[in-house]
Design a protein around this ligand. Structure first.
Ligand code: CTP
Ligand code: CA
Length: 227
């Protein structure tokens, strides 16, 4: 029985996870998006559910499925929709992990009809979206807040900056320029950094393996925080 309870060490915890890309509409047939597959976020959701947590998974458009009874999946399209679904659920959560690749910009104007091409070049004016994670960092009370950062240059440095700037409890940094890491693959290579700036490198492993290792690190930090 001890074995079973150890495997369910997230039992009773409410965990909110965001996954996948967002899509920012240009017109009825076009959008801006990014390469996120959602695999890391879904792996986190599955791992948390298997460890006994009650999981809410807010996902952008991905071609992945979940059928775990502990996962409540909410599908969204745009950064604004993700903002609404995440911020309205934030109060009730114990752990929030933002692995989604949220668009930083969206077209300033949405065309109702399909845009027709002209001979001349065309410029689309873009405006900033809201930073969901930074908003959660400001509103945070008891929640353990984890961000992700996918970087190509000096990942740790940028990661540390985001950890501080967004008031996070931890950040998972991933160097998308190295083989075996990043968006579309089944494996990843990450570094977990907590707010004491303790770094833990996780070697190349499946996204599922990495998800379990991340929850061990998060639970350890939660225990040390003594909340
Ligand atoms: N994030 C968010 N809302 C946004 C943009 C980013 O919640 N509008 C979150 C991501 O989900 C991720 C973290 O912030 O957990 C870091 O995202 P990232 O794109 O690496 O950082 P940015 O602050 O957007 O900076 P930049 O893109 O310039 O590196
Ligand atoms: Ca960004």
């Amino acid at each position: 029985q001890r074995h079973v309870s150890k495997q369910q060490y997230l039992h009773g915890k409410k965990i909110l996870i965001s996954a996948g890309p967002t899509r920012e509409t240009v017109d009825p047939v076009r959008f801006f998006s990014n390469r996120s597959s959602g695999k890391m976020g879904f792996a986190l959701a599955e791992a948390a559910a298997n460890l006994g947590a009650e999981v809410t998974l807010v996902s952008g458009p991905v071609s992945l499925q979940t059928n775990h009874p502990n996962i409540n999946r909410i599908d969204i399209t745009s950064a604004q929709e993700m903002y609404d679904e995440i911020t309205s659920r934030f109060d009730h959560q114990d752990i929030v992990i933002k692995s989604a690749a949220v668009a930083d910009y969206r077209p300033k104007f949405m065309h109702q009809g399909k845009m027709k091409k002209k001979d001349r070049d065309y410029t689309i004016e873009m405006e900033r979206t809201k930073d969901i994670l930074a908003t959660l960092g400001e509103q945070k009370r008891h929640q353990f807040l984890v961000g992700f950062a996918a970087e190509t240059d000096t990942p740790i440095e940028y990661g540390l900056g985001k950890l501080d700037r967004k008031n996070l409890d931890a950040i998972v940094v991933n160097d998308i320029s190295s083989d075996g890491a990043g968006f579309e693959g089944d494996t990843n290579i990450v570094t977990y950094i907590n707010k004491k700036k303790q770094q833990k490198s996780i070697h190349q492993a499946t996204k599922s393996d990495i998800a379990y290792q991340l929850f061990e690190l998060i639970s350890q930090d939660l225990k040390d925080d003594d909340r």
